[in-house]
Design a protein around this ligand. Structure first.
Ligand code: 5GP
Length: 189
């Protein structure tokens, strides 16, 4: 998406050679018109897949997943980050390390929202090492639902997440791929 590349070049800042600050685009402020554009693009790429539900992880994936679900005309589920130590027997949960926060969090989805009848599209904001995505993929697999594919806004392709998930045979569609953040420069693939 060329428009998204332009906006990233204008609004993003490089924190380290691994981390791009995207607060003005994805993580703290969003432009609803741009978000709807992204949602329509994911919906277009997966139009033939008979998706029954869109799923994401709270919180930054929610606006894009909402736009995608609205366009496809299906419900949106967002995996919640669990803040309690009490195990919920009615939920699927997975422990995932957080790339930016340096902590582990538990993500959970209630069993009532994912069933073997579902064909699920997983939308997320950014993929780095793929830990968050792998956690949610395990939950989807355990539920018996079919994972049709992933839609990622920004894939940092110099990190292994997108590649390793494709190697598992899962379709991954990214709107932009960043090949490097070296030398204070954003280089798209
Ligand atoms: P992963 O689990 O793939 O290593 O990291 C995915 C999550 O970490 C993303 O959903 C995002 O919230 C956060 N993240 C990873 N890399 C970056 C980055 O360069 N910039 C920002 N803003 N968040 C990132």
């Amino acid at each position: 998406m060329d428009l998204l590349k332009e906006i990233i070049l204008k609004e993003a800042s490089i924190m380290t050679s691994d981390v791009l600050k995207l607060d003005a685009v994805l993580n703290h402020q969003v432009d609803p018109v741009l978000i709807m554009e992204m949602g329509r693009e994911f919906a277009r790429r997966y139009a033939e897949a008979s998706i029954t539900k869109v799923i994401t992880v709270e919180s930054s994936g929610i606006p894009i997943a909402f736009a995608t679900a609205l366009t496809l005309g299906v419900p949106l589920i967002f995996a919640r980050r669990k803040k309690t130590l009490i195990a919920d027997p009615d939920a699927f949960s997975e422990r995932v390390p957080s790339f930016t926060k340096g902590i582990v969090t538990d993500i959970m989805v209630s069993r009532q929202f994912l069933t073997p009848a579902d064909k699920v599209l997983f939308i997320d904001d950014i993929i780095a090492n793929g830990d968050a995505a792998r956690g949610l993929i395990k939950i989807i697999e355990r539920s018996g639902a079919e994972l049709v594919g992933l839609g990622i806004v920004v894939e940092k392709s110099f990190q292994a997440g997108g590649r390793t998930i494709r190697e598992q045979g899962i379709r991954v569609e990214s709107l932009v791929k960043i090949a490097s953040l070296d030398n204070g420069q954003i280089t798209f693939e």
